[in-house]
Design a protein around this ligand. Structure first.
Ligand code: ZN
Length: 291
């Protein structure tokens, strides 16, 4: 098969011929039909992901067809159209057994980083990571479901528990996760304020259903958020940015508001006043990528 290999961090992707990988007992071999490119791939290629080692075949947003399965696999069969989740989890710890695989206590890493990924014609993936795709979902669409759509779905449904009629602010709304967060929040019946930088991104999220947009190039959005909610503040802020917007996000929260932190691209420190948290009964929640 042909595969694109990162042989040195910071270097190019190199096209190589190699044997297609055979599935282990709990794995399936997938013929890759689509593989999305994630910002995370660029982080790894730059050598900024500590546990990644070269040579490496990247690619964790995968859709394709099962071509072979290991002896223990009963959940998928050759010919199945599938997509894959990203996390390599143990399946046995208290978190995995209670539906919280994202915080597996025996986390084994990521598809496409700690196992060879899908920048290749074939790859092998633990069968437990595979989800069958309906016929009406294309491979290209299917490839982004787990990560770019699953991440905001998890954050909005399981963590923020958004209810119809609530006001939701999404920071970094024009990014790969944000554009799906905007659409999901609208589908959940929420009103959505989309915050990002630049007219192009804001036009995009407006087309995708955002009720209000705010360009955060010069001002923070908290005053606009208060105005949008008749002074009450937002029920939920989905934080996809990080330190740059944390302060404005907290200032935008209503009483009993929930801030769900998914992104931390701009730093790692959150300054929150305990008094404000107590007085408003705020909830500050973390939410992992679901990939
Ligand atoms: Zn586990």
């Amino acid at each position: 098969m042909k595969a694109l290999v990162v042989k040195e961090f910071g270097g190019p992707l190199i096209l190589e011929e190699m044997p297609a990988p055979a599935p282990g007992p709990d794995e399936a071999q997938i013929q890759v039909n689509a593989c999305a490119v994630d910002q995370f791939d660029l982080t790894i290629r730059d050598g900024k992901f500590p546990t990644a080692k070269v040579p490496i075949i990247l690619g964790h947003e995968i859709a394709g067809v099962v071509t072979a399965v290991g002896t223990n696999v009963t959940t998928v069969a050759p010919g199945d159209r599938v997509t894959s989740t990203l996390y390599l989890t143990c399946g046995r710890c208290r978190y995995c057994l209670t539906g919280r695989e994202t915080i597996c206590a025996d986390f084994r890493g990521y598809v496409g980083i700690h196992t060879p990924g899908a920048y290749a014609e074939y790859t092998t993936i633990p069968a437990v990571n595979l989800v069958k795709l309906p016929e009406n979902v294309s491979f290209a669409e299917g490839s982004v479901i787990a990560n770019a759509i699953g991440t905001p779905y998890h954050a909005l449904t399981k963590r923020a528990k958004v209810q119809p009629g609530e006001h939701v602010i999404i920071t970094g709304a024009g990014g790969g996760v944000g554009v799906h967060a905007v659409q999901l929040a609208r589908l959940m019946g929420a009103f959505v304020m989309a915050v990002d930088i630049g007219a192009d991104k804001l036009a995009l999220v407006r087309d995708l259903g955002a009720d209000v947009t705010f360009d955060a190039s010069h001002d923070d959005f908290s005053a606009a958020a208060r105005e949008w909610t008749n002074g009450e503040g937002a029920d939920v802020v989905l934080e996809l940015v990080g330190t740059a917007t944390f302060e404005a996000s907290l200032k935008s929260l209503a009483r009993a508001g929930r801030m769900v932190i998914v992104g931390s691209h701009t730093g790692a420190v959150l300054n929150a006043s305990p008094q404000a948290m107590i007085a408003n009964e705020w909830e500050i929640l973390g939410s992992r990528n679901v990939g």
